[in-house]
Design a protein around this ligand. Sequence first.
Ligand SMILES: Cc1cc2nc3c(=O)[nH]c(=O)nc-3n(C[C@H](O)[C@H](O)[C@H](O)COP(=O)(O)OP(=O)(O)OC[C@H]3O[C@@H](n4cnc5c(N)ncnc54)[C@H](O)[C@@H]3O)c2cc1C
Length: 425
Amino acid sequence: MKIAIIGAGYGGMAAAWDLKKAGHDVTIFESANYVGGLASGFKEPHWDWSVEKFYHHWFQSDSEMLGLIRELGLADKVMFPRPLTVMLYKNKWYPFDSILNALRFPGLGFGLNKIRFGFVGLFLRLTNNWQALEKVTAHEWMLKYAGKQVYEQMWQPLLIGKFASFYKDVNMAWLWARMHARTTRLGTFEGGFQNFSDLFAEKLREQRVEIRLGVSIKSIKRDQASGSLSVDGESFDKVLVTTSPNLTAKLCPELPENYLKGLLELKSMGAVVMTLSLKHSLSKDGFYWFNVPKEEGYPFLALVEHTNFVSSEHFGGDHIIYAGDYLEVGHEYFSLSDAELLEKFIPAFQKFNPEFSRDWIKKIWVHKTNYAQPIPLVNHSKNVPAIQTPIDGLYFASMSQVYPWDRGTNFAVEIGRKAARMMVV
Ligand SMILES: Cc1cc2nc3c(=O)[nH]c(=O)nc-3n(C[C@H](O)[C@H](O)[C@H](O)COP(=O)(O)OP(=O)(O)OC[C@H]3O[C@@H](n4cnc5c(N)ncnc54)[C@H](O)[C@@H]3O)c2cc1C
């Protein structure tokens, strides 16, 4: 078959790998001039490694991702350093990267709260019954089982940070998926995620997958006479779309009304992430990931010192930090200039290190996306669009369909490969 894939993110590239191996003729169309999609990165001339536009790491439980890397013969380039994740309590940062540290965390109070926190964590780790958990919101479930103090200290800030005004609407299966499938050890790829994406693209090209960069597809139509699908006028037997549900609806207006309605009704958050290269390290204690309580007046949700995860040697001695936030599309951060956003962030950087001053900043970059985090509401499984669309030969695989899992490169690989299997039967 002659197959087109729209998007050279991890989902599209993983599908291409399997479709090519199954003997098909595969072309990937990618609107950007590079591969990697949301996990792509960028590099300064004096850096050996790239940094991701949106901070990325893998979990040890990312079996689909790590399995694919092994299959590509690149496993020796995966590394799992031991970075420190911290949580704020009464103006002090505490390690929060192991069960023991979580139990030591003073924000959980004493006795009963710690026991409830421990039991809730254990239950979510052990149960596989997410179907029961999607019937209730995370807000209600955690208040009931973890209790007010644990919820308000631990889970409410995460929900508010990630989902803003939707925070009380997100279902408990979302939180289950995070606790069930994630590990505290975090991994990355030698040279950065972009290096992995480029090596993957190279392997695809060696297999004679055609990757057309800088080509933004405008429409996918059925050709009634031949039964094939026309991708901007070029004919294919089958097409896999890996863009957001909104873009997919625009690309394929011939989809039946109820499928289109399903795509357009899905909710998601956008993200704005600022990356800064600094002359000095921001965290005096070598912390990597600061869980920032936005409700305490911080202008972002996560502060990540990337060079406390991988060495600043890879960046010519620059210290790299990210300040990122998940935001509703239309939030003012989407329209502010980079300089205006920096003015909002600078006072917060001083809270992490009072010595920080603007002359530490060598350069900043701001990356924005409207589609960063799907929002799973109660009984969300009924709203997940089918991978095989009602149009014969047209398939759709995106972050919005990896549910009950939370979006991530691991699940992009999984759904891309699943779509590939469906396309060849
Ligand atoms: C802030 C943030 C932090 C994240 N952190 C992590 C993390 O730590 N670990 C992790 O594993 N995952 C993380 N993720 C999630 C991860 O990036 C995604 O789950 C994954 O990259 C999605 O891959 P995909 O192939 O489904 O989609 P995408 O990567 O979005 O790929 C879709 C591709 O389609 C292309 N495209 C769109 N329209 C067209 C068109 N008309 N024509 C041609 N091409 C088109 C796009 O340019 C894009 O390259 C994070 C995401 C964000 C936003």
